[in-house]
Design a protein around this ligand. Structure first.
Ligand SMILES: NC(=O)c1ccc[n+]([C@@H]2O[C@H](COP(=O)([O-])OP(=O)(O)OC[C@H]3O[C@@H](n4cnc5c(N)ncnc54)[C@H](OP(=O)(O)O)[C@@H]3O)[C@@H](O)[C@H]2O)c1
Length: 357
């Protein structure tokens, strides 16, 4: 395998600007880097918001995308953990301090070997590409024990003593059908949480139960109705609530469901008054941050990546269902529009960048 000098990539040209697929150089690997031929890239919930709202990214043009899977084609100096030909998953490079991104919406990704991991042969590139951000968001926000980590700080099920540790404790996951909600349900199962109560559209019930949800409540029920059902099902106060949606439709409910001194995990901006209201009752609100390369996540990321191939191989963690969008990188913009319009249900949208015209 050889690395070409140029490739196609999907650029967001300017803040709230236009998307364009165009030719750009393939970056040379620095020390510790690998170059991956990207066979599948998955769409996330944040990319359309960056374009529509002008948030998070400060430097343009930029290449977005946090989920990728492909084949290693070149090794930078000093890389010994991978060989050319290895099948891997990886996250796009997103630096939240500088507001820069070099993402997965391209054909050849160059980035640190530290944040990539080999995948079992039994898992397709498309399925694998649904894993990096979703797994990290759920795992880091529930289990990162670093002092200042935005996390509920439970003991991870892949660490000694963690498996089944929370048997008999209830958990609520609002929005189980989201990509990282599906992974949160599976980690909750590995941790022993029970019951695992989630919300979504009822046509996703079987899917969510296949991951380990014990009860699926219709997201269309009123907050009062959901609270009453959760109280009845859980039997005891719920100390951990994971709000995988975190919009006005779910945040008040998430806080109301959480026991005093319990933990609420949110995944996007939460109004100060809601946080203050929760804090009055001693509830801790943690803003999930599912990026491997952010330093606070390095240690938990290292232990997770060491175990992830095995978790995937034996089916302890199952990838999201996926749907391939036609047209390679040209298919991304239409997919993001569907996500913005709430027209994606229980499935991760994936493109094959090598199919780009
Ligand atoms: N902070 C972080 O590190 C981080 C990381 C990843 C994602 N996020 C954020 O997390 C959110 C979800 O992203 P995603 O890409 O994983 O998911 P997604 O694919 O955008 O989620 C779509 C799913 O959300 C469910 N949903 C929507 N509104 C709901 C509600 N009111 N109650 C229950 N379920 C609801 C729908 O379920 P049904 O189809 O069953 O109705 C749908 O299947 C986005 O806002 C994203 O930006 C944050």
């Amino acid at each position: 395998m050889s690395t070409p000098s140029h490739q196609k990539a999907l650029f967001l040209e300017a803040k709230q600007g236009r998307w364009a697929v165009r030719t750009t150089e393939v970056r040379k690997p620095g020390p510790g880097d690998i170059v991956v031929k990207v066979e599948a890239a998955a769409l996330g919930g944040v990319e359309w918001k960056i374009q529509a709202w002008g948030i998070l990214i400060k430097q343009y043009p930029t290449i977005l995308g946090l989920d990728g899977a492909g084949t290693v084609v070149e090794l930078g100096e000093g890389v010994t953990t991978f060989a050319v030909g290895d099948r891997v998953i990886f996250q796009g490079k997103w630096d939240t301090i500088t507001g820069t991104s070099y993402g997965t919406f391209l054909q050849y990704f160059t980035g640190s070997a530290q944040f990539a991991v080999k995948i079992p042969d039994s898992i397709s590139f498309e399925a694998a590409s649904t894993v990096p951000l979703g797994v990290a968001t759920a795992a880091f926000s529930i289990y990162n024990q670093a002092d200042s980590a935005p996390s509920a700080k439970y003991l991870a099920p892949w660490l000694p003593g963690g498996r089944g540790k929370y048997a008999g404790k209830p958990i609520v996951i609002l929005g189980g059908p989201t990509s990282h909600g599906q992974y949160a349900i599976q980690f909750a199962r590995l941790s022993g949480f029970s019951p695992i109560i989630t919300t979504g559209s009822l046509h996703n019930t079987d899917l969510l139960k296949s991951f380990g949800a014990t009860h699926v409540l219709d997201r269309k029920l009123s907050d009062e109705e959901i609270k009453s059902q959760v109280t009845q099902i859980a039997g005891v106060p719920v100390e951990l609530v994971y709000d995988a949606v975190s919009t006005a439709a779910t945040l008040p409910l998430a806080l109301a469901l959480t026991a005093p001194r319990g933990n609420v995990i949110v995944v996007q901006f939460t109004p100060e008054e809601l946080i203050a209201q929760g804090q009055k009752d001693g509830k801790a609100v943690h803003m999930a941050h599912g990026v491997f390369r952010t330093p606070i996540n390095h240690e938990i990321g290292r232990t997770l990546l060491a175990k992830l191939p095995e978790l995937l191989e034996i089916g302890d963690i199952k990838p999201n269902r996926w749907e391939v969008l036609p047209g390679g990188l040209n298919g991304i913009v239409g997919g993001l529009e569907r996500m913005e319009n709430d027209q994606v249900s229980g499935v991760k949208l994936v493109v094959r960048p090598q199919e780009t015209d």
